[in-house]
Ligand binder design. Structure first.
Ligand SMILES: [Zn+2]
Length: 277
């Protein structure tokens, strides 16, 4: 059992290049999220895999039918913030307001609220642990925002699903797959794993993790499956991070989904209510 997750956002929702992709220009950019997501949904449907889609409020408001379709196809809907805000840059009050706005929006679309949250760019870390308390208080059951990685998170965080106890209640934490190397943890579960590692190595990593640790968690973005986006010239390091090896995403994902069983976080938690408690 492995976990498949998608951050449902458009190609221009990239952190730390706000000068190139400012919020006030988003409505003018050509949107590709619907076409890219349809392609991804088709790949996932081939193996009848199930996924959790963490929806950005901005996308839910612009493309409500896309969110309804994903839900109708049997996937689960989580929340990814409204305007792709980094949590450690928010005040607790702003974070709570953003959560409530997203809950109301998704509830309005699906008649059910999201129970899971993923912070943009894994931005719940040692500088923003207060956010976990607010998530529990606002009725979230799980979070998937703490990366066991240097810089954006902390390598000391657990690498398998774990329970966080806050004064406002408990939360499940679902970390992304990481590979231990002599140089530190590598984000193997992200699109970096899919795009930049040779498939036999990725297969071996997943198999080994399943045997020794538990479920792996992968996270993708629709923009990684709809072809190269050349609308804005990104700085070289960002370009590599976002587009490097993108031509291989589709064939790698097809192999991964065929070789391993993938499901949504919600389905996993319902089948493993007591694991690592
Ligand atoms: Zn995102």
């Amino acid at each position: 059992m492995n976990l498949l997750t998608v951050d449902l956002e458009d190609w221009f929702h990239i952190c730390e290049v706000e000068d190139l992709l400012p919020r006030e220009k988003w409505d003018k950019f050509p949107s590709t999220v619907v076409a890219d997501t349809m392609k991804l949904l088709d790949l996932v449907a081939r193996t009848k895999s199930r996924a959790t889609f963490f929806v950005l409020g901005y996308v839910a408001e612009k493309h409500p039918d896309l969110v309804r379709l994903i839900d109708a196809m049997g996937h689960n809907i989580g929340y990814h913030g409204w305007d792709h805000e980094l949590v450690y840059k928010l005040s607790p009050k702003e974070f709570r307001r953003i959560l409530r706005r997203g809950i109301a929006c998704i509830k309005g679309l699906l008649n059910k609220r999201p129970i899971g949250f993923r912070a943009p760019q894994w931005s719940i870390n040692d500088h923003s642990r207060w956010a976990l308390e607010i998530l529990a208080e606002e009725g979230f059951v799980y979070d998937s925002s703490l990366a066991p990685l240097k810089i954006i998170g902390n390598e000391s965080y657990p690498r398998t699903p774990w329970k966080i106890r806050t004064v406002r209640g408990d939360l499940w934490e679902l970390p992304p797959l990481t590979l231990k190397t002599p140089f530190g943890h590598y984000p193997a579960g992200g699109s970096w794993g899919l795009r930049l590692l040779p498939y036999p190595l990725l297969q071996q990593i997943v198999r080994g993790f399943n045997q020794r640790q538990g479920p792996t968690l992968f996270y993708f973005h629709p923009r990684e499956f709809g072809g190269k986006k050349g609308f804005v010239g990104l700085p070289p390091s960002k370009k590599f991070a976002v587009h490097g090896g993108i031509w291989g995403s589709e064939s790698q994902l097809v192999k991964l989904l065929a070789d391993f069983r993938f499901t949504s976080i919600e389905q996993y938690l319902s089948e493993h209510p007591c694991s690592s408690d």
